[in-house]
Ligand binder design. Structure first.
Ligand code: XIL
Length: 376
């Protein structure tokens, strides 16, 4: 059962308590950022009552690096397991479930008054070899068994599960919301429906999310794939397939110019009655494809602006109920391996010193708090 919705210390951070910020925010942000922020301010304190501030955490670093551990606990009100709850970690052999590492992340959240965001129940990548080797019918049975078992295990403090991760093709459009070839497609053509229906049965009160990359903006270069996801979830809703929200991964770079499109996309998903989570935000240094660049003050500022603008877009949209980065310190980012060079993508540097991105986000949060304080 998933019946507890308010972790200790987070009573004021329920998404039902989210408050609108609207246009007043922009002017106030500039004033607050200009005057600087208190060194002792934490993201979770600054965001109290507004939105959970999340980070993907890694059990290896939590146990080996005391500063990583204490910074995560102090700064964030939500965590996602970076890898520990994925299929390879939780069912490495068929029918043999190993929950020690995923449990450890869940317990860390519980112990520190943080929400837990489950990631993920069904993904077409990074799956164990045994799963890839099954026949289509066996895969379908394995999907039901896995989703039912994992979704039923975690109850208290679960804000949401990414039920299906990255199913839509990069060349899909609204007119053709094609699924990408993967572990699941075309072998199990209705795997998205099966995963969501099974998750709902296993945990009736869990929020169920579809999560993907390059789907945040309904304008610009990502509009086709964003339209495809909009078509996918609209169709699910029309057919009565249970879904509560869409996760925008937002693995972006400092040249990302689509924040208005992100706000517009949040608004149209909200109009369907769905929530939106920012799930995996990081802002790489430099431009695609290799993001090769030298870290400068100007890039730090451009990165900070993006963090601030995206946080404002989330705070301005009542349906945006989580704001989360993929990691939190430049000491450990998946992007460095991905791109082959240091990307400096996160709000804390490699020595856990707060960056401009951190200051700007605290400024945005303080302005939002100020905008909603009752007049004296
Ligand atoms: C990444 C992890 O950060 C890496 O450590 C791992 O090797 C691969 O997966 N989209 C997702 C995340 O949904 O699960 C991915 O995490 C990053 C991209």
């Amino acid at each position: 059962m998933c019946d507890q919705r308010s972790p200790p210390g987070l009573a004021g951070t329920s998404h039902t308590m989210r408050r609108r910020t609207r246009n007043l925010l922009g002017a106030l942000v500039l004033a607050v950022v200009a005057t600087g922020v208190s060194a002792a301010t934490t993201l979770r304190d600054a965001a109290e009552g507004l939105v959970p501030m999340g980070a993907a955490l890694n059990l290896g670093y939590l146990t080996s690096d005391a500063t990583y551990n204490s910074t995560a606990a102090a700064q964030y009100s939500l965590l996602t397991a970076e890898n520990e709850c994925k299929w390879s970690a939780t069912e490495p052999s068929q029918g043999v479930f190993t929950f020690d590492d995923c449990d450890a992340l869940w317990h860390f959240a519980q112990a520190n008054g943080m929400w837990f965001r489950g990631h993920n129940l069904c993904w077409g990548s990074y799956n164990p070899a045994w799963l890839e080797a099954l026949t289509p019918d066996e895969k379908r049975d394995a999907l039901v068994d896995h989703v039912a078992t994992v979704a039923a295990r975690y109850d208290a403090n679960v804000l949401a599960w990414d039920v299906v991760n990255e199913a839509i093709s990069d060349s899909a459009t609204g007119a053709d919301p094609a699924l990408k070839n993967s572990t699941w497609y075309p072998d199990v053509p209705d795997f998205v429906d099966v995963a969501f229906q099974t998750a709902r049965e296993a945990c009736p009160t869990c929020k169920l999310f579809y999560n993907d990359y390059s789907i945040a903006s309904s304008q610009g270069w990502s509009s086709d794939k964003s339209d495809a996801v909009y078509a996918l979830v609209s169709d699910m809703l029309a057919r009565g397939i249970p879904i509560d929200g869409v996760g925008f991964q937002l693995h972006i770079a400092v040249d990302y110019g689509l924040v208005d499109g992100v706000a517009a996309n949040m608004a149209r998903l909200a109009a369907l009655g769905l929530e939106v989570h920012v799930t995996e935000l990081d802002v790489a240094c430099g431009s695609a494809p290799d993001h090769d660049c030298t870290w400068t003050d100007a890039i730090a500022e451009a990165q900070a602006d993006l963090y601030g603008q995206l946080l404002e877009a989330c705070l301005d949209q009542p349906a945006c109920t989580n704001f989360e980065t993929w990691g939190f310190t430049d000491k450990y980012s998946w992007l460095d391996a991905q791109d082959g060079s240091p990307q400096h993508p996160l709000p804390f540097d490699e020595d856990y010193v707060t960056k401009d991105a951190f200051d700007t986000m605290v400024g945005v949060l303080e302005a939002a708090q100020e905008a909603h304080r009752p007049a004296a």
